[in-house]
Ligand binder design. Structure first.
Ligand code: PAF
Length: 281
């Protein structure tokens, strides 16, 4: 695996390899890699593509300073994992490489409705930062495909919209299934901050999503939402939302609508750790 820290160096390298006909799949990350990230690398390797991964803890997407300060940094272990997973190129930039003119001077995008609900409402400025950094990374690495995890469902929608807003019509977004622990907990870099007792109950988020999915045939979402909120509270979570939405555009729904594809989404905090997850219905 070739590692680059400088924007100019990776740009030159990638364009010279692309000139020889190589296609690139890109997996952007903030490091602290786990099997969920590695599944994206595996997916990106399919079809003989080369894979670029970036590790950059983007300060502009953290609405909570404490969350940024505590974000796990495990670069040596990440390099080891990426090498073993068959990643071809790693971009490890500094903040100055990504935002040479400062964060204020780097373009941001308006995601409209998508930035006003759920994660957008709970984490003001978060998607502005995500759009800003991903657009910048795409300018630098210029991949053919962008690989994202379904765990961050709303982020996938925001970044699909980014492609539209920035007229990257040829760049394909590939959304890969969520990788889960044995008890259903969605893999996330934040999981490593859970204490043992918190980790034991954390699988309840997935149990709630499955019960929302199961009851779609005969139940009322209003009732199952209340059951989920009560269960989360009983297990020590502070629930931020248990929501149901149209999977195509995230229009929020009060009740099940079997005529459309739906997605159920949960965000809840246990102690200081905020977890999110979703399931398609
Ligand atoms: O999902 C993440 O890890 C981040 O939001 C991303 C897409 C790497 C942008 O910083």
């Amino acid at each position: 695996m070739v590692i680059f820290k400088k924007t100019q160096d990776i740009k030159e390298y990638i364009s010279s390899v692309q000139a020889g006909g190589t296609k690139y799949g890109f997996v952007p990350t903030m490091g602290a890699l786990h099997n969920g990230h590695l599944s994206l690398i595996q997916e990106a390797r399919k079809g003989g593509q080369a894979v670029i991964c970036s590790i950059f803890v983007n300060p502009t997407q953290f609405n909570d300073k404490k969350d940024l300060e505590k974000y796990p940094i495990t670069t040596d272990a990440d390099i080891e994992l990426l090498t073993r997973a068959g990643c071809d190129v790693l971009f490890l930039p500094s903040v100055d490489e990504i935002y040479p003119g400062g964060t204020e001077e780097t373009p941001t995008f308006d995601f409209g409705y998508l930035d006003t609900i759920l994660e957008g409402a709970k984490r003001p400025g978060h998607f502005k930062g995500v759009g800003q950094v991903v657009s910048r990374l795409l300018d630098i690495v210029n991949p053919d495909k962008l690989y994202l995890g379904q765990k961050d469902y709303q982020q996938c929608m925001v970044l699909t919209k980014l492609m539209e807003l920035t007229r990257r019509t040829k760049m394909k977004v590939v959304i890969c299934p969520t990788t889960r622990e044995a008890d259903g907990l969605a893999m996330s870099s934040r999981n490593r901050r859970l204490t043992d007792p918190q980790r034991i109950v954390a699988g309840v988020i997935y149990q709630c999503l499955v019960s929302i999915q199961t009851k779609k045939e005969s139940g009322s979402f209003a009732i199952v939402r209340k059951e989920c909120e009560d269960l989360l509270t009983a297990k020590g979570f502070a629930t931020e939302y248990v929501a149901l939405a149209d999977a195509r555009d995230l229009t929020l729904l009060d009740e099940y609508n079997k005529d459309i594809p739906m997605v159920a989404l949960i965000a809840a905090k246990i102690g200081e750790i905020r977890l999110i997850d979703n399931i398609l219905l």
